[in-house]
Every structure is written in C-alpha cells, then in structure tokens.
Design a protein around this ligand. Structure first.
Ligand code: ADP
Ligand code: MG
Length: 364
C-alpha cells in the first residue's frame, strides 16, 4: 500500500531534451492512475523515475511521505511490467516468476507458495514448466504480470502492457487488469497511448503532451470538461468536431454565433462566463459526434450534404461539411439515408464546448 507524490518533477536527457516538465501529482493509496498521451510525451520516463530506473533531474518524489529520489530500485518495493514483457527466454515460466524472489533469498517453500498463488490468480497453472517461446502473446503477458504479483509490491507500474496483443485479447486483458487491481488492493500506475484504455481503466487519468500535464481528472470529468482543445480532441472517437465561432453578447445574454446563426449558451457556461466577466471574442466551438441530432428543418438547424456514411453495427458515422469545416455525426444505423442526401442537424446545447481561440483553453 502506498501513496505517491510528484513535486515539480523534471527530467532532462542529454542536457537539452526535456522529457517531463513540472510534473505535479498526488496518487492516493490503492488508486488506479493512468498516464495517457501521444508517443514521446514522457509517459515511460515518468514511470521509470518512479521505479528508480531513471534519475530525476529536479523535483521531489515521495512514496508514503518518504523522499525516494536517491533510493535504488530494489529499495522502493515497486514492481514494473514492461511493454515487451522482458521475460528470461532460457527459464521456465515458474523460474521467471520465482527469479525475483530467489535473488531476495526467500525460502524455497515460500517462493513456491507465492508462484502457485499468482499462477492461480492469472490462470496459468498449466504453463509453469514451459519456456516463454512456447507461449502465446497473451500468456507471456500474464507471466510478466505474475512476476510482478509474486513480489507483493507496494506499487504496480505498467508500461503499455497490452499494446502487443490483438484487439480481442486486449479487451479481455483490460477486464482482467481491473479485477487484478480490485483483488490486490494496491496502487497502480498504468501507462498507455490508448484513450479507450485510459478512460475504462483509470480512477483518474493524467493526460500529457510534450512532457506537460494537460489535465488530471476522472474519466467522466475529462469527457465532460476537457481542459483544452488538445484534451477535447484526444479523448473520444471519432474526435470532437471544432469550428471557428464567436462569443457574443445580445440583450445582456451570452450567445454563440456560428457563421451568423445564433445558439444558446449551455447552462454550465452561463454562470462561469458572467463570474469571470469574459468579453465577447472569437472562440473555438466544440461538439462531439454523438451530440449532434438529425432533425426536421427548424430556425436553429443546419442543412448539410452527406459526403460519406460509414456503417459500424448499430451506429453510423456521417461525414459532411458545415461551412467548409469537416464534420462527423454519429447516428443510428437504422436511419435510412444515402450519400448526397441533404439532412438537417442541430447541436445539443448543453453538450457544446467553448475554447479560447488563442490558447485553446476551455472557457469553463
Ligand atoms: P512516451 O513513453 O510517452 O512515448 P518517453 O518517456 O519514452 O515518451 O520519451 C519522452 C521524450 O524523451 C521523447 O522525446 C524521447 O525521445 C526522449 N527520451 C526518452 N528516453 C531517452 C533517452 N534515454 N535519452 C534521450 N532521450 C530520451
Ligand atoms: Mg513509452
């Protein structure tokens, strides 16, 4: 059990590659924390600093209120599951799992008990005498996790553990990892570039870009209140539609104008804009594909032409243009429409997102 605190952590490689900058985060005991972001944003570096595999350039890292910057990896009571599994090819599954305990000089009988117990949890009891090359990708993944479990660490670190598995297996293992976390009651830090994994696994999610934290919040909050345009488009598939628009004041009310057409302000913004005395300005207006409705023609609706429709089971993605901006709409596949049909759409007012044009920051 452990809480982990990052205070102003920075990592600079080779004097000028800033991999992680001013990283601040408090992870609670037993929390499932996910770090997510595009390749190269500093996720692995952050994880390796927690494991003690990478020197911290500046800042302080605490595990349970103990400053660990200068502690060796083996003094930290942390286990890490690597993306490539890093199993010893010449050892059996049993020996791979037992190895870390043997070098800690644990009693043979105790090692045996721990290995068998982990094998049972992961359903790999039948594989214990095999070598890694005789295992499937999913089985190797389980062994790698097993090797971490046997050590009963205070903290589990996982670096893209599912990225080498096919889609079906990845979904299954995702569920297994949720169960594992429940069962072990341990702090997890899980790194992925996959937003779906992040949003389904995390108690909280840290979204990173270019070494900088963009937002730290629960998956629901990230979806509902993305901190900026980057987060808004990184989370959700297909991604949020964005348009140049204007924040205007009419009859002492804030309104949105999209190419001259007026839209009401979502309730959540009304108070905040007034409270912060936000001035009328050019903005970026965001709406997710699932929050666009196909309607009858009304004064508020927009007419669009269907360019492409993609069937995906019970859903359909409609690709079109609105004032020369590409737009994607998620609709029911039962809808009877064809390419080049004209349809009318409207936006669900309370699901609109407003971003500052200059900075991309959410106006909330
Ligand atoms: P991620 O895991 O999010 O893909 P990394 O933490 O691996 O990102 O890398 C962050 C940045 O640091 C990248 O620009 C990467 O090229 C750089 N980097 C990572 N490891 C090293 C290293 N050992 N030496 C120099 N630069 C590195
Ligand atoms: Mg990485």
């Amino acid at each position: 059990m452990a809480s982990i605190t990052f205070k102003e952590i920075c990592k600079v490689y080779d004097k000028d590659v800033v991999a992680v900058k001013d990283f601040n985060l408090e992870i609670q005991d037993k929390e499932f924390m996910v770090l997510v972001g595009p390749s190269g944003c500093g996720k692995t570096t952050t994880l390796r600093m927690v494991a003690g595999l990478e020197e911290i350039t500046s800042g302080e890292l605490y595990i349970d209120d103990i400053l660990v910057n200068d502690l060796l990896p083996k003094e930290r009571d942390i286990a890490m599951v690597f993306q490539n599994y890093a199993l010893y090819p010449h050892m059996t599954v049993y020996d791979n799992m037992a190895f870390g305990l043997k070098i800690r000089k644990m009693e043979k009988s105790e090692i045996n008990e721990k290995v068998l117990n982990a094998a049972k949890i992961l359903d790999i009891e039948e594989l214990l005498q095999r070598k890694p090359r005789a295992l499937s990708g999913g089985q190797r993944q389980r062994v790698a996790i097993g090797r971490a479990i046997v050590r009963s660490p205070k903290v589990f670190l996982m670096d893209e553990p599912l990225s080498n598995l096919d889609a079906k297996l990845r979904n299954e293992m995702r569920t297994e990892i949720i169960k594992l976390h429940k069962r072990l009651q341990t702090t997890f830090i899980y790194v992925t570039h996959d937003q779906t994994e992040a949003m389904t696994l995390g108690d909280r999610v840290v979204i990173m870009k270019d070494g900088l934290v963009q937002q730290i919040a629960s998956p629901q909050e990230i979806y509902d209140k993305p901190a900026n345009e980057f987060v808004a488009t990184f989370i959700g598939t297909p991604q949020m539609n964005l348009f140049d628009a204007e924040l205007i004041m009419e009859d002492d009310e804030y309104k949105i104008s999209l190419n001259g057409k007026r839209m009401d302000m979502p309730n959540k913004y009304k108070e905040t804009l007034r409270y912060k005395s936000i001035k009328p300005q050019n903005i970026r207006l965001g709406i997710r594909p699932e929050n666009i409705i196909i309607t009858e023609k009304t004064p508020e609706s927009f007419e669009i032409n269907i360019d492409v429709s993609e069937l995906m089971g019970h859903e359909m993605l409609i690709h079109s243009k609105l004032y020369n901006n590409p737009i994607i709409i998620k609709a029911s596949s039962r809808l009877n429409i064809e390419v080049d049909d004209k349809i009318n759409i409207s936006f669900v007012t309370d699901e609109l997102h407003l971003f500052e044009k200059e900075t991309g920051k959410n106006l909330l």
